[in-house]
Ligand binder design. Structure first.
Ligand SMILES: O=C(COP(=O)(O)O)N(O)CCCCO
Ligand code: NA
Ligand SMILES: [Zn+2]
Length: 313
């Protein structure tokens, strides 16, 4: 069934596990996610960035948002696993309102680039609107910066979440789930040296808020995917993600939603490169998209098991 993201995350919070939030831009990634969830009997959270909504609607954001709701509901309404649809890194009021109108389960209002008071103000505004129509809300505190070689340079120290602010932020905004910045960053090049997250801050934010917490920039860049892509011509030198043991540790300390986009993209392109190299005469998309979809599905299945949400549907 199509459910509210808050329902999925409140269960995860109480059950001390996490659920991946998986980004889509097209049909094939959505198919891979649903198949992985069904095969693992797991809830899944589908998320689309503002760019994905513009891409799907060819610039018309209401059309793009409505298309994604229709696509996700076409699967969700016909499967026994809980499925929700979320706007990732929402910054544009126009896009957030289009998503709410289209029937998204939840939205992220990302005002983390602003000073604390303005983040509160922007988030509170969107929470009031979203909650008035049963849509749940995510916000972010602190900014996504990698911890450079374990040295907390002054600028990075300032960017990570201040746990004492988190309690006030949650109380004043009414936000349903929170993304504390603890040292991850988006994309495939997350750490120059050893991967390290600030678990002390994470533990404090959990103690002070008790809310479901979100880890952004959580892709792990699996070695076998990186090698497959590079075997067929990709240049992913220096790519490094969040190691699995650090992901599971973050769940132990209170992460319940794990945003994952890069891993899906890299798995798809690695497998597509391999297929095209081995099938130079093929031009049927049902053929050349099939193997990449399978690899993306299997990467997601592994992540569902790692995060502890298999058999939690
Ligand atoms: O936090 C994340 C996931 O980050 P990543 O998958 O790059 O680790 N997202 O919000 C997904 C979109 C960011 C662009 O990749
Ligand atoms: Na998000
Ligand atoms: Zn993110």
């Amino acid at each position: 069934p199509y459910v509210n993201t808050k329902d999925i995350l409140d269960k995860a919070n109480k059950g001390y596990y996490a659920v991946p939030a998986l980004n889509i831009n097209n049909l094939e990634f959505l198919q891979a996610i649903i198949e992985a969830g069904v095969e693992e009997n797991s809830p899944v959270i589908i998320e689309t960035s503002e760019g994905a909504i513009k891409y799907a609607g060819d610039g018309d954001v209401q059309r793009g948002a409505s298309l994604f709701v229709s696509m996700v509901r076409a699967f969700a309404d016909n499967t026994d696993i809980p499925v929700s649809l979320h706007v990732d890194h929402g910054k544009s009021f126009k896009i957030l309102m289009a998503a709410i109108k289209a029937g998204y389960s939840s939205i992220m209002i990302d005002a983390s680039e602003y000073p604390f008071e303005k983040n509160i103000e922007e988030t509170k505004k969107m929470v009031e609107i979203a909650h008035s129509v049963g849509v749940s809300v995510e916000a972010e505190l602190g900014r996504l910066v990698g911890i450079e070689d374990n040295v907390m340079v002054q600028s990075h120290e300032a960017a990570l979440v201040d746990p004492n602010e988190a309690k006030q932020f949650v109380e004043e905004t009414g936000v349903d789930f929170l993304a504390p910045a603890i040292g991850t960053s988006h994309g495939a090049f997350k750490f120059k040296g050893e991967a390290k997250l600030d678990f002390n801050r994470l533990k404090k934010v959990k103690e002070l808020t008790g809310l479901p917490l979100v880890l952004h920039g959580a892709s792990s860049v699996p070695e076998e995917v990186k090698k497959l892509a590079e075997k067929y011509g990709a240049d992913f030198r220096g790519a490094k993600g969040v190691p699995s043991d650090i992901l599971t540790e973050s769940v132990k300390y209170g992460i319940n939603k794990v945003n994952t986009d890069t891993d899906l993209r890299m798995a798809f392109i690695a497998s597509l490169r391999e297929y095209l190299a081995n099938n130079p005469g093929e031009f049927d998309p049902r053929k050349y998209f099939k193997t990449p979809k399978e690899l993306v599905k299997n990467i997601i299945r592994e992540r569902l098991r790692l995060l502890g949400c298999s058999n939690k549907a």
